[in-house]
Design a protein around this ligand. Structure first.
Ligand SMILES: Cc1cc2nc3c(=O)[nH]c(=O)nc-3n(C[C@H](O)[C@H](O)[C@H](O)COP(=O)(O)O)c2cc1C
Length: 187
């Protein structure tokens, strides 16, 4: 049940952004696993440039083709423009959104790429509600479409390998259902 459409044989592209830089991050793991269990017709692409973005500076926040726009920001904006939807999974730090993720979002506020973009928010720590609420509030100022049915809490067992998570029927079923909802157009 895939609603958004790119045409026969062309996969829908979902850009996945993790708010954690930790090597053993559960949020990055859930996105990698989502990319491996995605239903046919959906391609989940990991964005791995969040730590290459400079600190947000409105003086450098230029039009897409302006040479003063930092190249890493242009890459992020191009990746978002080329995607049909976004998947964000982020930890909570001190009741807030991690600085690296907020920094990335600040670079996206002024451009057109996020407007109307369908977004699912994953949460591997269901008790961490402050950051999710704050992230959703920030995204709403950017006129995105947060898809509630695709935004799931998915607590991962600690220390499991990607292969084990992919093999988990419970995890893969939940991720597949969320991805299908993210691209299912019902409105
Ligand atoms: C500096 C710091 C602050 C944290 N603050 C919170 C918090 O306020 N609320 C919470 O639920 N977890 C908090 N945590 C725990 C992380 O959100 C949790 O370990 C999360 O799973 C880490 O995500 P990751 O595995 O993707 O790196 C904090 C962790 C760190 C390192």
């Amino acid at each position: 049940m895939v609603g958004l459409c790119r045409g026969a044989g062309v996969a829908l592209k979902i850009l996945a952004i993790s708010g954690s830089l930790r090597a053993a991050s559960s949020n990055s793991a859930v996105l990698r696993v989502a990319s491996r269990v995605a239903p046919m017709g959906i391609e989940v692409i990991m964005y791995d440039g969040i730590d290459r973005l400079p600190y947000f500076n409105p003086d450098l926040d230029r039009e897409f083709d302006d040479p003063l726009l930092p190249a890493s920001v242009r890459e992020l904006r191009a990746a978002i423009a080329a995607s049909d939807a976004l998947l964000i999974s982020s930890p909570e730090y001190a009741h807030g959104v991690p600085g690296v993720l907020k920094n990335a979002l600040d670079w996206l506020v002024g451009g057109p790429e996020m407007v109307g973009k369908r977004i699912a928010l994953f949460n591997t720590s269901p008790h961490a509600t402050h950051a999710q609420a704050s992230l959703a509030e920030t995204l709403r100022t950017m006129s995105v479409a947060i898809i509630a049915e695709a935004s799931i809490a998915i607590p991962l067992p600690r220390g499991e390998s990607d292969d084990a998570l992919v093999a988990s029927e419970e995890v893969s079923r939940a991720l597949r259902a969320a991805l299908a909802m993210l691209v299912a157009v019902s409105d």
